[in-house]
Design a protein around this ligand. Structure first.
Ligand code: BG6
Length: 302
């Protein structure tokens, strides 16, 4: 077990040899490798790691707004797409536990660029964000604690924008969103997901809402479970693949064929805003587990 800190990154090495690499900028997990060196996350080869732009890949953190707010009266309306957490320099707070091997990062208003901070409710919100990254034998858990340390209540979205690495998206299926409410961002339509299993053959951008907590999204590759995505206190889940045209339009998305090797499954609280009263705390997490067996969780018998 070891935790190594450089000026820009933190590297965790588990006693079984698995590793996780985290960039302090954005507290963005860049890589999660199993003991056999299999990489579980996708990171663009053109991703900017110098703090000039949010990282394209790994696990970017989305706060306090998901996408661009559509409501001109909402305090998050002036903020840029996906907020400021992914564009801020988080503080490394050190190791917290040995098993699992866990470290923490913190973000408060003092770490956020003052101009960006002003775009959220005129900069009046005071908050502490603590991200815990915990590495175990075959799993990676990221937990976020949001505390309202100010005098005013505030509303926010949270999302783990996880880029999973897949051998080839055309062989991939995702389980357990059947019957979930779904907002299709490409059609701008809401409907109930009827597909028994999701497959990918074009651009895909859907927000699954109020998905029961016990439902596990499984990324299945050629009939085998590659990764399971577990959620705690995160009702929603975005599923995204930019496909050909959209990735061509992103300057930091390389190689251009990379959409074949990535699939974003993004647990979050984005269907509506979470209201956090002054002095209160909110906690949520995502756990990625490597492998498993296909588990079909339908509502037929409930
Ligand atoms: C996803 C959204 O979460 O993030 C997509 O559903 C969006 O609509 C994607 O294109 C990437 O966003 P960005 O800001 O990192 O390019």
């Amino acid at each position: 077990m070891s935790v190594e800190e450089t000026e820009t990154e933190v590297l965790l090495t588990h006693k079984n040899g698995s590793t996780v690499r985290i960039l302090k900028f954005g507290a963005n997990v860049l890589s999660w490798q199993l003991a056999d060196k299999t990489e579980k996350l996708w990171l663009s080869t053109a991703a900017k790691l110098d703090g000039s732009k949010a990282v394209r890949g790994g696990i970017p953190l989305v706060f306090p707004v998901f996408g661009k707010s559509k409501d001109p009266d909402h305090p998050t309306f002036p903020l840029p797409q996906h907020g400021f957490a992914r564009n801020s320099h988080w503080e490394f707070l050190g190791q917290t536990t040995e098993s699992p091997l866990a470290v923490q990062f913190g973000l408060g208003p003092e770490n956020v660029d003052p101009e960006s901070l002003k775009l959220w409710d005129k900069g009046q919100n005071d908050f502490t964000l603590i991200l815990t990254v915990a590495l175990d034998e075959e799993s990676l858990k990221t937990t976020i604690d949001v505390e309202n340390t100010g005098k005013h209540d505030f509303e926010f979205n949270w999302l783990f924008h996880t880029y999973n690495r897949v051998p080839d998206i055309t062989d991939v299926l995702v389980t357990n969103f059947t019957d979930a409410k779904c907002y299709d961002q490409l059609l701008a339509e809401e409907y109930s997901e009827k597909a028994p299993i999701i497959s990918f053959h074009e651009e895909f951008d859907r927000i699954y809402k109020d998905v029961e907590q016990h439902k596990i999204a499984q990324i299945v590759d050629k009939g085998k479970v590659l990764t399971e995505v577990h959620r705690e206190n995160l009702p929603d889940c975005v599923v995204w693949n930019p496909w050909i045209k959209k990735s061509e339009g992103m300057g930091d998305f390389e190689p251009k064929s990379g959409y074949h090797n990535m699939l974003c499954i993004e647990p979050g609280h984005v269907g509506d805003f979470y209201k956090l009263a002054s002095g209160k705390k909110w906690t949520a997490s995502q756990e990625l587990v490597s492998g498993g067996e296909i588990k079909v969780q339908t509502n037929i018998f409930s």
